[in-house]
Design a protein around this ligand. Structure first.
Ligand SMILES: [Zn+2]
Length: 609
C-alpha cells in the first residue's frame, strides 16, 4: 500500500469508523420521556375497586384485560395473541363444595348424621370420595425426626380414619428454639403424613382454644394446598370430637394436656364402638383468563419482550398476607399495576417507531402470575412468535415503591451484553442499583430463562403492604418509577438496535434479591425449578439449576418427579414435604418420568446457599 495511497487509505478508514459510529449513534433512536402523571393514572385505573383486585375468575380481571387490549389497539400495535390481542387459557381458581358431603358417626351402633358447615367442614384440597371405618387418635399427626417425636409410632392407621389435633406439641417450639410454629403444624404436612402412613381420611380438631377464641371451623378455601392432597380431609368442632373421646372413656382436653406436659405422643385406637363414615364431594373451579399481547415490528424478525403481569389476588385468596382481611379487595397497585402501567407507557413511547428498530418489541401483559407464573408458562409452551427469535425478555414486577433511589435488577448475568448496557444506562440516573446475576425468582422472567432466553428483572423491593389490601395507588412513587421506566426504555432501545444480540449465559447460583429468593427454600438444596402448571400426577421441572444436585444427577427440564426416596410425589406440596424431611449430604433415590419412561437416579442433597 503507497503512502499517498496510505494517507488516502487512512483517511478512508477514519471516515468509515466515523460513519459507522454516526450510523451506530444514528441507528439508536432515543425514546421520549415517561410521563409520571399519565403513568400514575393508569395505576389508579387498574387498582380501582371496579377492577376487583384483578383476581382470576373475577369480572375485574376481564375488565383489566380489555383496558390493556384497548390501549394496545389504540397505539396501532399489531395483535399478537391467539385470538387478536388475547391469548386465553384456563386456570384453576379454587374449589367449591358440591351437595354430597356427609359425616356420620356411629357410637355403639347409634348413628347420627352431622351437619356440614356446622359440625364439620371439608378442606378445599381434600380428595373427593367416601370411606367408613375405625378411628385412631394420632395426637398432632406429626412425625418429626429432628425432635425424636412421632405420633404414628406404635399405632396402625392403615385403612383407618385418623383424628389429628391442629398446630403442634409445645415441645417443638422449645426444641427448635425458634419463634412461631414449625412445618409440622401445617395442615398440608399433616395430611401428607397421614396419607403416607396409609390412613384413608383425616379429621382435624382444634383442641385447646386461646382465651376468647371460639370453637369455629376453618373457612372452606381459606388454607392453600394442591388441588387434591390425595386423602379425605375435613375438620370437626371440638364438641363433636369430645363425644368420641367420651365414648372411649377419655377427654380430648386431658389427652392434649398430657402430650404437652410430657412432650411425648399419646396415640390410641378408639374402640370399635366408634365408627365414622365420611363422604366428601368437591368440585374444582376454573376460569378462562387472558394474556394480552401486542407487537411492534422491527426491521428483522428478531424481537425483545417487555412484560409484566396484570393479575393480582382479587379479594385475597390463600396468598393474601392479611388473612384477617380476606374478602376485601386487594388492589395490587404496586403488585403489579405498577409494572403493567409501565409496559403501557413504554408501548406508547415505542409505538411511533414501527419498522425503525433493528428488532421488534413484543409487549406482554401476563395473567395467572399469582397462581404460579401460569400466563408466562402458557406462552413459552405455546409461543405466538418464534421463541428462537426472542433475544431478551425484560420483566417488571413491583416497580412502584422505589425508596431512597434503590432499585434491584436481576438476571444481569444471563445476557452477555447486559452489564455494559446497564452501566451505560445507569449513568443517566441517580439510582443505586443492586444487580444480581441469576434469572430465577418469583416472577414471570423465570419462565423465559428456563428456555435459555436472557432476562432482566426490574424490581423496587418488598414492603409491608405486599399482598395486602393496603397496597394502594396513593403509595406509589410515580416520579421515581417514571425514571426507572426511562432506564428500562433506554435498555430496550439498545437491545432492539444493537448489531449483535446478547448471548444467553447459564448462571449457576445467586443470592436472594431485594428479599425474594430464587424459589423453593425448604430443607436441603435440590435445585429444580418446578412448573406450576397442572400435571396429572407428579411435579414437572420447568428447569434444573446448573451445577445443582439435581443437575449433577442428570435430571433436566421436562422430567416429571413421581417418587422421592420412600415418598410418592403427586404434587409440589408432596415434594416440598419430602425435601423438608431430608438431610444435607443424604443421597436420595428419585424416580422421574422422562418422555413417559421411568428413570431412577441418586441425588446427593447439598446445603442451601
Ligand atoms: Zn407480582
Amino acid at each position: 500500500m503507497s503512502k499517498a495511497n496510505v494517507s488516502r487509505s487512512v483517511r478512508g478508514v477514519l471516515a468509515a469508523i466515523l460513519s459507522l459510529s454516526l450510523l451506530a449513534s444514528a441507528a439508536v433512536p432515543s425514546i421520549g420521556a415517561v410521563d409520571p402523571a399519565r403513568y400514575l393514572n393508569d395505576i389508579r385505573t387498574l387498582a380501582a375497586p371496579d377492577m376487583e383486585g384483578r383476581g382470576a375468575g373475577t369480572k375485574g380481571l376481564d375488565k383489566a384485560s380489555r383496558y390493556i387490549e384497548k390501549r394496545y389497539k389504540g397505539l396501532g400495535l399489531q395483535p399478537a395473541g391467539t385470538n387478536g390481542y388475547l391469548q386465553p387459557f384456563t386456570v384453576t381458581t379454587g374449589a367449591k363444595l358440591r351437595s354430597d358431603n356427609s359425616l356420620t358417626q356411629a357410637i355403639n351402633a347409634k348413628k347420627e348424621g352431622l351437619l356440614v358447615n356446622q359440625d364439620f367442614e371439608p378442606m378445599s384440597f381434600s380428595s373427593s370420595g367416601s370411606f367408613s371405618g375405625r378411628v385412631v387418635f394420632v395426637g398432632y399427626g406429626a412425625s418429626a425426626d429432628e425432635f425424636q417425636y412421632d405420633d404414628y409410632a406404635g399405632v396402625d392407621v392403615k385403612d383407618k380414619i385418623v383424628v389429628v389435633l391442629r398446630y403442634e406439641p409445645e415441645i417443638f417450639g422449645e426444641k427448635s428454639g425458634k419463634q412461631g410454629l414449625t412445618q409440622h403444624s401445617q395442615l398440608i404436612t399433616k395430611a401428607i403424613n397421614a396419607r403416607n402412613h396409609g390412613a384413608e381420611a383425616v379429621v382435624l380438631v382444634s383442641g385447646k382454644l386461646a382465651d376468647g377464641e371460639e370453637d369455629t371451623l376453618m373457612r372452606f378455601g381459606g388454607v392453600s394446598g394442591p388441588q387434591d392432597v390425595g386423602i379425605l380431609l375435613l375438620q370437626v368442632k371440638n364438641r363433636v370430637a369430645e363425644g368420641w373421646f367420651k365414648s372411649a372413656g377419655k377427654s380430648l382436653t386431658d389427652v392434649q394436656q398430657q402430650i404437652n406436659h410430657l412432650g411425648k405422643p399419646d396415640s390410641f385406637m378408639f374402640p370399635d364402638a366408634l365408627q365414622l363414615s365420611v363422604k366428601i364431594d368437591i368440585e374444582q373451579t376454573h376460569a378462562k383468563v387472558d394474556n394480552v399481547l401486542a407487537y411492534l415490528p422491527g426491521k428483522t424478525d428478531e424481537y425483545i419482550i417487555l412484560g409484566a403481569h396484570y393479575d393480582h389476588l382479587g379479594r385475597g385468596d390463600s396468598n393474601s398476607l392479611a388473612p384477617s382481611q380476606i374478602g376485601q379487595i386487594h388492589p395490587g397497585a404496586d403488585d403489579n399495576a405498577s409494572g403493567t402501567a409501565g409496559v403501557l407507557e413504554l408501548a406508547r413511547l415505542f409505538a411511533p417507531m414501527k419498522g425503525q428498530l433493528q428488532r421488534g418489541i413484543l409487549f406482554m401483559s401476563f395473567s395467572g402470575e399469582e397462581l404460579g407464573l401460569l400466563g408466562s408458562a402458557e406462552w413459552v409452551k405455546n409461543p405466538t412468535r418464534p421463541l428462537d427469535k426472542c433475544v431478551a425478555m425484560l420483566n417488571m414486577d413491583m416497580i412502584g415503591r422505589i425508596k431512597d433511589n434503590k432499585v434491584y435488577i436481576g438476571g444481569v448475568g444471563t445476557g452477555s451484553t447486559f452489564k455494559s448496557i446497564l452501566e451505560e444506562a445507569q449513568k443517566k440516573t441517580e439510582f443505586k442499583i443492586e444487580y444480581s446475576a441469576g434469572g430465577y425468582s418469583a416472577s414471570d422472567h423465570t419462565s423465559f430463562v428456563s428456555k435459555k432466553i436472557p432476562v432482566l428483572f426490574f424490581f423496587s423491593g418488598l414492603h409491608s403492604d405486599y399482598h395486602k389490601p393496603s397496597d394502594t395507588w396513593d403509595k406509589i412513587n410515580a416520579p421515581s418509577a417514571a425514571q426507572l421506566l426511562d432506564l428500562v426504555g433506554n435498555v430496550a432501545v439498545q437491545l432492539a438496535s444493537a448489531p449483535a444480540p446478547p448471548t444467553f449465559i447459564t448462571v449457576v447460583e445467586d443470592k436472594p434479591m431485594g428479599g425474594i429468593s430464587g424459589g423453593g427454600g425448604y430443607g436441603p438444596y435440590f435445585g429444580s425449578i418446578p412448573d406450576f402448571g397442572e400435571v396429572k400426577d407428579g411435579v414437572r421441572f420447568s428447569d434444573v439449576r446448573p451445577g445443582s444436585p439435581a443437575a449433577k444427577a442428570g435430571l433436566k427440564a421436562g422430567d416429571i418427579l413421581v417418587q422421592f426416596g420412600e415418598q410418592p410425589i403427586h404434587n409440589l406440596y408432596d415434594f416440598t414435604d419430602a425435601l423438608r424431611r431430608s438431610k444435607v449430604g443424604e443421597v436420595v433415590e428419585v424416580k422421574v418420568l422422562r418422555d413417559g419412561k421411568p428413570m431412577t437416579v441418586g441425588v446427593k442433597l447439598e446445603q442451601r446457599k
